[in-house]
Design a protein around this ligand. Structure first.
Ligand SMILES: Nc1ncnc2c1ncn2[C@@H]1O[C@H](COP(=O)(O)OP(=O)(O)O)[C@@H](O)[C@H]1O
Ligand SMILES: [Mg+2]
Length: 261
């Protein structure tokens, strides 16, 4: 069975895109076939994989609006084996508007993925920083959700709202959706503060925090403009090791926890 994992948090800058990119590379290193889906009109994932969105003839927008098949839209990620991409361009901002007027709009991504799904062990979906129709499409297509959380003050404030949206998706479009857990990003364990935020998220929402946390490191900021992941840019850095370890945790762990509500 293909595992389809949506990486979601409506807060921007919490490392959704970095997590999708790094986990995708780490899972491909483990020999898995991986498809990445860029659902953000800002196309940061596409760009950071070394693909120039401005030079693409077709993108996921054409899949949603012109019903071009996913097989035609996907491309190979340059320089990484077993890694493919459904790329985004700014056009995706327009699909959001067009999708809104369509019946069954939540299912646009999941229907489009159906014909190619069996070719992959994993599909990782990079959601935009909102809880709009694109994120709902990501959650509807997914079997599980990962929530990256930056460990700083107030970072938990959006979590309740995200879990409500996940609850709605379960009720209306995807009853099998499971919450795999939280990935702690930009973690600074020199502060007691970071630890207490993670504990409070665990206690308050009953969410599992996956091991290990990803520490804050300047190496992450350098990688995207080189079109590389942290795994290729700084192979043996702590950040690269953390994402490799997380990929193993996810790869062996088929079970999820339930959140209360
Ligand atoms: N562990 C980390 N340490 C330091 N910077 C990070 C880390 N993870 C991601 N970043 C940086 O934080 C910024 C936001 O990350 P990004 O993945 O684009 O977040 P999102 O997709 O949630 O908006 C980027 O500049 C990225 O390089
Ligand atoms: Mg992003």
């Amino acid at each position: 069975m293909t595992r389809v994992i949506a990486v979601a948090n409506q807060k921007g800058g919490v490392a959704k895109t970095t997590t999708v990119h790094s986990l995708g590379c780490a899972l491909s290193e483990l020999g898995r076939n991986v498809l990445l889906v860029d659902l953000d009109p800002q196309a940061c994932l596409t760009y950071s994989l070394g693909v120039d969105p401005d030079e693409l003839e077709i993108s996921i927008h054409d899949m949603f609006v012109r019903r071009v098949s996913a097989g035609e839209v996907r491309i190979k990620v340059p320089g990484v084996d077993r890694l493919e991409l459904l790329p985004a361009t700014i056009d995706l901002a327009g699909s959001e508007v067009q999708l809104l007027t369509r019946t069954g709009r939540e299912h646009a991504l999941s229907s489009a993925l159906a014909e190619i799904l069996a070719e992959y062990n994993y599909v990782l979906i990079d959601c935009p920083p909102s809880l709009g129709v694109l994120t709902i499409n990501g959650l509807t297509a997914a079997s599980e959700v990962l929530i990256p959380l930056q460990c700083e003050a107030l970072s938990h404030r959006g979590v309740g709202q995200l879990l409500e949206t996940i609850g709605d998706v379960r009720a209306f479009s995807n009853p099998n959706l499971e919450v795999r857990g939280v990935i702690a990003t930009m973690y600074d364990d020199r502060t007691r503060h970071a630890r207490s935020i993670l504990e409070s998220v665990q206690d308050r929402y009953g969410l599992k925090v996956l091991d290990p946390p990803v520490r804050k490191s300047i190496r992450f900021a350098e990688a995207p403009q080189l079109g590389k992941s942290i795994l290729n840019h700084a192979r043996s850095s702590q950040g690269a090791q953390a994402y490799r370890q997380l990929a193993k945790t996810i790869d062996v762990d088929g079970s999820a926890v339930e959140f209360g509500g």
